[in-house]
Design a protein around this ligand. Structure first.
Ligand code: NAI
Length: 338
């Protein structure tokens, strides 16, 4: 790789904030960000890393920084570490909101929402105050859709379209299952989309997917789709935890890279899945952060794909996952009002 200092076509440095930077996903993400995997080989990167304000988190983050230093990445211009969100988001062009509290024993989804909500309230406010006005915010920390919903409501001076949540891992899992089943390469699969919530209620939809130009629905049978594919994709996170004893980290970081890279650079006309604030399309209530098919049009813009027709079963699945998101938005209403 050319030395940035001598590179004639070097772009402006991108400031990238990462929260929960010393965690598992952070560890799998930072080195790829610094190597140019998202912003490209001609774009220097400044990392602005947020961790909790305690000795253990600070020490862990220091160790990660030592490793970043030891990589001598040509594109990595500076690393800032902090436990103040305003410092982490200062002038940030892109932000990965990963840090959050894991679900503890006996906690249900609504407990987790209320426990993590204040983190995203505070970070929404800090983004509003400090980040670049075109910042691209990707919320990964769970429950990611509703955390993104909370964050953008506390950033009234930023366009809600600056905020998204990660369902790319679910889409990647769906593609991988289809490739395995049909024994076709991953790159031959287009048009898979995952609707709704990043939870077991998600709707992985292959009705418009093609595999090497043939409709996916012609290559896999309905029983496989209903009885194997849907539950496998929807519960894959739990299966990874069972196998590994830890939640998915490398695949989550990889999906975060895919999501931000396409959003930042454009998806070349490909349909990709992002959870974004609904514009009311498909009767999905406006404002909730819902997994939807989008085309990223470059310069950090995207358009929701319109005029999709649903089968009756598909519509019922969409309605179910959207109802869950609406319920979550009601659960966090007190956090929105504060
Ligand atoms: P982890 O527990 O290894 O790391 C989380 C890090 O966040 C820790 O270092 C912790 O100190 C830090 N943290 C907690 N609260 C913070 C705060 N207020 N400010 C700054 N840092 C804070 O967890 P891991 O494996 O990295 O996962 C992170 C999140 O990503 C979890 O909520 C997990 O459920 C979610 N996730 C989401 C996926 C998706 O597809 N959307 C897939 C996989 C995980």
């Amino acid at each position: 790789m050319a030395c940035p200092a001598n590179h004639p076509k070097l772009n402006k440095t991108v400031r990238v904030a990462v929260t929960g930077a010393a965690g598992n996903i952070g560890y799998a993400l930072l080195f790829r960000l610094a190597s140019g995997a998202v912003f490209g080989p001609n774009t220097p990167v400044q990392l602005q890393l947020l961790e909790r304000d305690n000795e253990q988190s600070k020490a862990a983050l220091q160790g990660v920084c030592m490793e970043l230093f030891d990589c001598a990445f040509p594109l990595l211009t500076k690393v800032v570490t902090t436990s103040d969100p305003r410092v982490a988001f200062d002038g940030a062009n892109a932000a990965f909101l990963i840090g959050s509290m894991p679900r503890g024993a006996g906690m249900d989804r609504s407990d987790l929402l209320l426990a993590n909500g204040p983190i995203f309230q505070e970070q929404g406010r800090a983004l509003d105050e400090a980040a670049d006005r075109n910042v691209k915010v990707l919320v990964v920390g769970n429950p990611c859709n509703t955390n993104a919903y909370i964050a953008y409501h506390h950033a009234p001076n930023l366009d809600p379209k600056c905020f998204s949540a990660m369902m790319r891992l679910d889409a990647n899992r769906a593609v991988a299952q289809l490739a395995e089943k049909t024994q076709k390469p991953v790159c031959s699969i287009q048009g898979v989309r995952v609707w709704g919530n990043h939870s077991n209620s998600m709707y992985p939809d292959i009705t418009a997917a093609t595999i090497a130009g043939t409709a996916a629905t012609e290559l896999v049978d309905e029983a496989w789709y209903n009885d194997y594919f849907l539950p496998t994709v929807a519960t894959r996170g739990g299966a990874i935890i069972k196998a590994r004893g830890k939640s998915s980290a490398a695949s989550a970081a990889s999906a975060a890279i895919d999501h931000m890279r396409d959003w930042w650079n454009g998806s070349d006309g490909r349909v990709v899945t992002m959870a974004v604030p609904s514009d009311g399309s498909y009767g999905i209530p406006e404002g909730i952060v819902c997994g939807m098919p989008v085309i990223c049009t470059g310069n950090g813009n995207y358009e929701i794909v319109k005029d999709i027709e649903f089968t009756a079963a598909g519509r019922a699945r969409l309605d179910k996952t959207v109802a869950e998101l609406v319920k979550e938005s009601e659960t966090v209403a007190p956090l929105i009002a504060e």
